[in-house]
Design a protein around this ligand. Structure first.
Ligand SMILES: *Cc1c(COP(=O)(O)O)cnc(C)c1O
Length: 463
């Protein structure tokens, strides 16, 4: 088998800043091995015994982190954020069109709303749930990469006026490219208000926190006492993170990917509801599942999950990672990600030929432009936002961003140069422009200031 590892070992390198993928941690590896020794199937208690109990424990631990001491959370592990988002959309459909599980959509127009910076899997979900991808409506974001609330409200009015049923608003908590977070409290207020105005069921408010959930480890961090002696650069970021995370308490359900910022093994994604009752929308009866005749509808996952056979890896890797690394360990990991991302943003701000595109998003990702030396990236970006940059100049700028990225790739020394990625659209689209950007993600705890300095030097050589 080992020859097939060729080329895939780079993720554990501290030079790997390519995407929202960290090195898998060793506690997770131990958890995964333990799971595979027993090979439980999480469909029902009979097939998994106490592994199902571990799943409930893992879900509850994550729910308390995210919803903050919630009363009645429940959920399930899935094979990825895409599927966890699908669960959110499905509950929403059942809320606005009861019985859709049995009767289908019956010719009704049913919609999902997400931000323009959200993940492309929102399209997958709309397609696979039978809504049709054209019934996914995306809302432009502001410069902070958060869905614009005025445009969300206008979209709801437009859809409700046409008699469309809005099943779900999928807010993003940490966009994949730029770590933008939607304002969940603001969205909640608008959804409640508009639904009551039109006398319709409130759409599911689902938070796609596949990337951003790990910020919640800092929810309880005491910045005044600062027990971990975090640097003065990080403390204001922690304060902002704490405010952002309170937004998640307004969500009905949430997607978390442990295999991203949790540095866990695949697959370990969780779909979590804030109130257990919401899972009833997915429930089947024992008569629908004949060979699980002894299943308990109140508890056995097979009665509400999309899958039948389900791996136990998620709960095992998550509990091993949570216990092995500990709350303080997690706080250090997340704070370190924030620190290095902020350091890079601050240093890029000093370079006239560079422009940070996600300055106001707090997280582990940095998206930026590199232009040829002599160009004033800040002025060009300001003109673009103001709408005064000509289409030719915009196209030329974007081409330069892409060309220089390729130039650096070709000149890279893999022994010292960090591996970055290029996104074709950062998510914020001033005047409808898709902004290409260089992207660096700080998930690896071994990435350090020296690597950032070398990255900056390589920009100087490239530009
Ligand atoms: C990665 C990602 C997804 C998809 O998750 P998978 O686990 O890859 O299926 C969904 N939403 C966001 C924001 C993501 O970053």
């Amino acid at each position: 088998m080992f020859p097939y590892f060729w080329g895939t070992d780079g993720w554990s390198s501290p030079l790997h800043l390519e995407n929202v993928r960290g090195p898998a941690n060793y506690a997770s590896l131990v958890g995964a091995m333990a799971c595979l020794l027993k090979n439980p199937n999480l469909c029902t208690d009979t097939y998994s015994q106490r592994s199902n109990e571990l799943e409930v424990k893992a879900i509850t631990a994550l729910a308390n982190l995210i919803f903050y001491h919630t009363v009645e959370p429940w959920g399930t592990f899935t094979i990825g954020g895409t599927i966890s988002n699908l669960y959110g959309g499905k509950i929403g459909i059942e809320k606005v069109l009861p019985g859709a599980m049995i009767h289908g959509l019956r010719g009704e127009k049913v919609a999902i709303i997400a931000s323009e910076a959200g993940h492309y899997c929102n399209l997958t979900v709309a397609g696979w749930l039978g809504l049709g991808t054209e019934n996914l409506h995306t809302i432009p974001t502001d410069a902070k990469l958060a869905m614009r609330l005025d445009l969300l409200e206008a979209k709801l009015d437009e859809l409700y006026a046409q008699g469309v049923k809005v099943a779900c608003v999928t807010a993003t908590f940490g966009t994949t490219d730029a770590f933008g977070c939607d304002d969940l409290a603001g969205i909640r207020a608008i959804l409640d208000d508009r639904a009551s105005h039109y006398g319709v069921p409130v759409p599911q408010l689902h938070a796609d926190a596949a990337v951003g959930w790990a910020l919640c480890f800092l929810s309880d961090y005491d910045t005044a006492k600062n027990p971990l002696e975090l640097s003065p650069l990080v403390l204001p970021l922690v304060e902002r993170v704490k405010r952002l995370c309170t937004g998640l308490r307004h969500a009905d359900s949430v997607t978390i990917d442990f295999h991203k910022m949790g540095r866990g093994h695949y697959p370990s994604s969780a779909f979590i509801v804030n109130r257990k009752d919401d899972l009833q929308y997915l429930a089947r009866s024992v008569s629908d599942t004949p060979y699980f005749s002894d299943a308990d509808v109140r508890r056995d996952p097979a009665m509400f999950t999309l899958e039948t056979s389900r791996p136990g890896l998620g709960p095992y890797t998550v509990m091993a990672s949570l216990n092995g690394i500990g709350l303080q360990g997690w706080q250090m990991l997340v704070a370190r990600s924030l620190e290095l991302a902020q350091l890079l943003k601050d240093r890029l701000d000093e370079l006239p030929y560079c422009q940070v595109l996600n300055r106001d998003a707090v997280g582990a990702n940095v998206c930026f432009w590199v232009l040829p030396k002599g160009r004033d990236a800040k002025a060009i970006f300001a003109a673009l936002e103001a709408g005064t940059l000509s289409p030719e100049d915009a196209a030329r700028t974007f081409a330069e961003v892409r060309r220089l990225f390729g130039k650096r790739e070709r000149a890279m020394d893999p022994a010292i140069d960090a591996r970055l990625s290029l996104t074709t659209s950062v998510g914020y689209r001033p005047h409808g422009h898709d902004l290409p950007a260089w992207k660096a993600v700080f998930f690896n705890p071994k990435t350090d200031e020296k690597i950032v300095e070398r990255l900056l030097a390589s920009l100087e050589e490239t530009a």
